[in-house]
Structures are given as structure tokens and as C-alpha cells.
Design a protein around this ligand. Structure first.
Ligand SMILES: [Zn+2]
Length: 81
């Protein structure tokens, strides 16, 4: 009888977690990781043409300079020529 109750309790917890429920003691570590994501700052660089700041993921690197968009890159290329 007690064995059945334990199985029902485990099934209940599994369903609860599948729905999206959180158990404070077990999920504390995940919450800490999420906090780290919020405090991380993406490295930024300045557009060599218009001075806009963007993340390095968005930047277009050309001749060791970063540009915010293809437009700025083309403007810079025209100026060089
Ligand atoms: Zn730009």
C-alpha cells in the first residue's frame, strides 16, 4: 500500500514538472544560471562610419573596422576609393 502511494507521488511530481511547475530546492541551481544570463553584457563595438554601437555579433568586420550595416560598409568603401 505504501509502495503504491510512493509511485503515485513520483508520477504526480513528474506531471507537475512537465506542466512547468518548479520545486524550489531542486530548481535553485537553474535560477542561478538564469541570473548570470541577465548580468552578462555582450561586447559592443562602434560603427566606424556612423558611430552607432552594436553587439559584436551584429557587427560587420571589414579591414579590421566594424560596421553596423552593409550601407555603412558601402559608404566607407566609396570614401576609400
Ligand atoms: Zn553605421
Amino acid at each position: 500500500m505504501i509502495f503504491r502511494l510512493i509511485i503515485f507521488a513520483i508520477i504526480g511530481i513528474v506531471i507537475y514538472r512537465l506542466i512547468g511547475g518548479k520545486i524550489p530546492f531542486l530548481d535553485r541551481r537553474e535560477d542561478v544560471i538564469n541570473d548570470d544570463d541577465f548580468t552578462k553584457i555582450a561586447p559592443t563595438s562602434e560603427c566606424a562610419e556612423c558611430g552607432t554601437y552594436m553587439t559584436e555579433d551584429d557587427a560587420i568586420i571589414y579591414h579590421k573596422k566594424s560596421y553596423c550595416s552593409n550601407e555603412c560598409l558601402e559608404k566607407a568603401q566609396k570614401r576609400i576609393r
